[in-house]
Design a protein around this ligand. Structure first.
Ligand SMILES: [Fe+2]
Length: 289
């Protein structure tokens, strides 16, 4: 009697104690049963970020894989979509703003969570590299749940009730912003979006420091410049090396991040004559509380 062909076995292992896990032995172009989908989902939520290795996606296949984690939402920047796949956008060091300027698109990265100017920011952000430089260009990640829990009591109590007013780009950073984003900001009809600075995870009940530094116009009760200084100092205290991980991509990696527990930062520490192109998708979220 012949044995059936050996099936791949999904394995999930931690990358660091406080952040990151990697999954191997699964091809997300194939159908995924519910128990397996739940294992992947829980691995993202429990570890803040999950790298699913060895995938081979077109933009449409990446979009379909993203739907395993929930309903997708549109990127609010509609300028750099993957052709024909409107829920997948592209991040590239070769994108230019409408003035033909490359630098400002790339070099103003701060620690953040995505789309905080919206009422319903994405639960998850997923990235998939299409072209990579020889080295560098990784995505920095921090477990903000662990960072919150490790804060000195006094500081934790101080930030617990704080609220942020969020816009597309904070006035404190307007002088270094991409002119397209500034124009979008001027044309935006909506007022600032108020969110908590400390967010409760709706599925786990844990709390995490949660903001987009460049989109925080102010913490309520503070001026914009004071707010930026406060957030910088908060990150300096909160982000310990053991809570952070820089994911240096290998082609085939699908990175998925639980935005409710993580902040992230793009890495521009690479040779910019080389191309770095990532696909990105966003999974719809609920109103933060
Ligand atoms: Fe981001």
């Amino acid at each position: 009697m012949s044995m059936p062909a050996e099936k791949q076995t999904l394995t999930i292992t931690k990358i660091k104690a406080h952040i990151g896990a990697e999954a191997r032995g699964i091809d997300l172009r194939e159908p995924v049963d519910e128990a397996t989908r739940q294992r992947l989902y829980d691995a993202v939520v429990d570890n803040v970020a999950l790298v699913i290795r060895d995938q081979t996606f077109t933009a449409a296949q990446f979009q379909a894989a993203g739907e395993l984690f929930g309903e997708l939402m549109e990127d609010q920047n509609r300028r750099y979509l993957a052709p024909g796949v409107p829920l997948v956008s592209t991040l590239s060091n070769r994108h230019k703003d409408s003035l033909g300027n490359q630098a400002k698109v790339n070099k103003t990265a701060t620690w953040h969570t995505d789309h905080t100017n919206q009422e319903f920011p994405p639960n998850f952000t997923s990235l998939y590299p299409v072209a990579l430089p020889d080295s560098g260009g990784g995505t920095g990640l921090c477990n903000m749940r662990a960072a919150y829990e490790a804060l000195p009591d006094e500081l934790r109590q101080r930030i617990d009730g704080m609220q942020t007013a969020n816009t597309l780009i904070s006035s404190a950073r307007a002088n270094i912003a991409n002119p397209d984003i500034l124009r979008d900001q001027q044309e935006a009809k909506a007022g600032p979006m108020i969110h908590p600075l400390v967010r409760t995870h709706p599925e786990r009940g844990t709390k995490a420091i949660w903001f987009h530094k460049s989109k925080t116009e102010r913490i309520l009760g503070m001026e914009p410049a004071e707010t930026q200084d406060f957030l910088t100092e908060l990150l300096e205290v909160a982000m310990r090396p053991e809570f952070t991980y820089v994911h240096e991509y290998t082609l085939g990696d699908m990175l998925i991040v639980d935005n409710r527990s993580a902040m992230h930062k793009a890495g521009f520490d690479f040779d910019h004559s080389q191309h770095r192109l990532l696909y990105r998708l966003l999974v719809r979220g609920e109103r933060p509380y």
